[in-house]
Design a protein around this ligand. Sequence first.
Ligand code: AMP
Ligand code: MG
Length: 520
Amino acid sequence: MKFNLKNTFTEELPADPVTENSRRQVKGACFSYVLPKQTKAPEVLHVSLEMAEALGISESDIASEMFTKIFTGNKVLPNTKPYAICYGGHQFGQWAGQLGDGRAINLFEVEHKGQQWTVQLKGAGETPYSRSADGLAVLRSSIREYLCSEAMHYLGIPTTRALSLALSGDEVLRDMLYDGNSAYEKGAIVSRISPSFLRFGNYEILASRQDHKTLKTLVDYTIKHHFEHLGKPSKETYINFFAEVAERTLDMIIHWQRVGFVHGVMNTDNMSVLGLTIDYGPYGWLEGFDFGWTPNTTDSQHKRYRYGNQPNIGLWNLYQLANTLYPLIEDPKPLEAILEQYKTDFEKKSLDMMRSKLGLLQKDDKDNLLIETLEDTLLLSETDMTIFFRNLGKFKKGDAKKGLEIVKDAFYAPNEVSSDIAQQWRDWFERYDFRLDKELLTDLERQSKMNAVNPKYVLRNYMAQLAIDDANKGDYKLIDELFQLLKQPYAEQPEHEKWFAKRPDWARHKVGCSMLSCSS
Ligand code: AMP
Ligand code: MG
């Protein structure tokens, strides 16, 4: 296995001078050198071949013992020095101080086909940032991260990627529901790949310590390697940098809203500065359309990170980043203007996104109302978001009476759709039909546009859980089946029609399906 190594992060940023792997506050540095843990019986369960190819790893490399050793942390590639990164963060609205890569270890950077990648192991042992935890990850959360990050990529949503999923061969003790019932679970390691794993929290920790020198070094490094089109560092460049981070963050969240993805833990340490979806923990997918839904049991009281609140939280997090960058800019006005712009852009982009879901290419002043009424009607009885929008593509102009029939598979309890609700649906379909008069496309053309934004297959919460249940019994076939299915989420895949179905009733209140804790 040969890589075109490029260690910009460790060569250009200040390192923690202490090399002992002990938990501590790390100041004046961006990372600490640390070695991954040796594991008992490493075993690779799945590899993303496309990701391997993007890194220049061949199929014979994948089959080698070396691959297994490197991507489970059991061997360090010559001429590389693994490291854990220092960051802080606001968790659930409160400043939490230093957090850092507590169980992620960055192995090396690779440049391949003009793209820079950082290769990281998640669950490969403790680091100076592990605080009171063990640095490990269990199989269930690793399957969820592995499958979802690749699925998001194929949905066209900016995300960190995954190369491999492996068992460590060690057992890991977890109290899954935080109720005093700890049990041993299989330990696992995911190799994650991203142009960079920098988060808002990387900058926040430096500003919180008033270490403006290192803050400037890190921002300059970020611009040089990841926003090079912005040019040489200056106050103006920093402003443009913040504007672009804000724009990317919003675009990512609009994508989440489009497909019904709920991140679950939008703390500032989980916000990528590149606008990538990062840290797949207790995330979930909307089944019944519901602005108030969150999969994260840790957040069940305040539901801060509920579906409908994600755009606001994006803005809240950007306020923290604005405060962080202020010492380099020393003028609040341009920062405030960018935050204001986020609000206006959100209204516009959100409306455009919803128009695209409805197959509306033209613009009409009353579209907002049409969409609001649709959302209100969707909330009247439990309605599967994915099935509803996918089936809406089958609507035919001039046939409003058939509307309800077309989407009826999306209702969880069709018998409970009262005559009053049915009437509201009929009214809405009349309005939709009337609005379609303004459109120029044929029914078929409109459907194909809608099918390109309304996925047919998403990683429903229960699907990941089925793969996890099988894997815990040593059967990994479903991981591959779902992986392959989710590579073409917008395509009709008749052989996989069974995955285009509402959540089964057994999964409604099952742990892992509708309820996920941060324990992973
Ligand atoms: P998360 O909620 O997964 O974003 O994690 C928040 C912080 O806790 C990050 O600094 C993680 O690195 C750290 N963390 C989470 N789980 C573990 C673990 N098992 N061992 C060490 N650190 C962890
Ligand atoms: Mg995290």
